[in-house]
Design a protein around this ligand. Structure first.
Ligand SMILES: NC(=O)c1ccc[n+]([C@@H]2O[C@H](COP(=O)([O-])OP(=O)(O)OC[C@H]3O[C@@H](n4cnc5c(N)ncnc54)[C@H](O)[C@@H]3O)[C@@H](O)[C@H]2O)c1
Length: 254
């Protein structure tokens, strides 16, 4: 049986993934700001360092898989928090543990989103994120709090994965991403109740061929596939799990 580490294990997709891996008999190390094996605030460099150190202490033999799911979204959190948790909380956790995953020739699955393609790619924030400059990324996020940070951050995670999959593969680590559409979790529930956001969310569902939200388990099944040997030649891929929204709205793109 394997050893897996994931962030965001206290809720939603992360909680469902932790339960599924445990049910399959694996050891699971969870990181979250609450209710986790390692309680750490991934919005802060000290929290990320504590998370990495905590996983190292619990899995000196290496990791079979790593899934950074912790994230924030919606109209509530400021852009700076979205940027620091979703992008830097992901990339620093992954970079800090790459050698441990390599030790077991393991697999990483990143959390992108189908919203990553919903705005133009050339963006100051995107470039700042990809250059790894957190101070500049936070400065832009604060100055331009335009509601785009979530999408830009998810696009940056996708680009970062594609830019780094060669280096990771050489270190024995296969890396892929999933891009869910709206999934029924604590992250999306408030959006359907917000008078401003509810019509936007409904518009997304109206343009979804399967005409419904997804359930956390439907994402977990795909993550489990990407973590497993059944996906042994899948590397650097983004799997859209969105009821067909991306295909329908970007028909001639690949
Ligand atoms: N739900 C969706 O519709 C959807 C769609 C696309 C992508 N995603 C992505 O999937 C991932 C999981 O989302 P979810 O829907 O399960 O959300 P969720 O809100 O249910 O869970 C997110 C988890 O992240 C944790 N977290 C938040 N801030 C943190 C911090 N500073 N430090 C440590 N942990 C922190 C929360 O405590 C929570 O347990 C996220 O990366 C999200 O962007 C979700």
């Amino acid at each position: 049986m394997g050893t897996y580490a994931l962030t965001g294990g206290a809720s939603g997709i992360g909680a469902a993934l932790a339960a599924s891996l445990k049910e399959a008999g694996h050891e699971v190390i969870t990181v979250d700001i609450k209710d986790a094996d390692i309680v750490a605030d991934l919005s802060k460099p000290e929290g990320r360092q504590a998370a990495v150190a905590g996983v190292r202490e619990r899995a000196p033999q290496g990791l079979d898989g790593l899934v950074p799911l912790a994230g924030v979204a919606g109209g509530g959190p400021p852009g700076t928090l979205i940027t620091s948790v979703n992008y830097f909380g992901t990339i620093e956790f992954v970079n800090g543990l790459r050698d441990l995953v390599g030790q077991k020739q393991g697999t990483i699955v990143l959390l992108c989103s189908n919203s990553a393609t919903m705005q133009a790619p050339n963006d100051k924030l995107l470039n700042a994120l990809l250059s790894g400059d957190e101070a500049e990324s936070l400065r832009i996020s604060e100055a331009e709090d335009n509601g785009m940070h979530y999408m830009v951050g998810k696009r940056a995670i996708n680009y970062w994965m594609r830019r780094n999959c060669m280096e990771f593969a050489k270190a024995g680590v296969r890396m892929n991403a999933v891009a869910p559409g709206p999934i029924d979790t604590a992250m999306t529930a408030p959006l359907f109740e917000d008078p401003e956001m509810a019509p936007v969310m409904q518009g997304l569902l109206d343009a979804t061929p399967m005409a419904r939200m997804g359930q956390p388990e439907e994402i977990v099944n795909c993550i489990n596939f990407l973590l497993s040997p059944e996906s042994s030649y899948v590397c650097g891929s983004v799997l859209f799990i969105d009821g067909g929204y991306d295909a329908h709205t970007r028909q001639d793109h690949i």
